[in-house]
Write a protein of this length. Structure first.
Length: 24
């Protein structure tokens, strides 16, 4: 299992790669 910190880092990286997919 991955930690919440790793999950947050992955989500942050994905939001940078695919900003158009994140409705913020």
């Amino acid at each position: 299992m991955i930690s919440l910190l790793e999950f947050d880092a992955i989500a942050n990286a994905e939001s940078r790669l695919f900003p158009h997919l994140i409705p913020l």
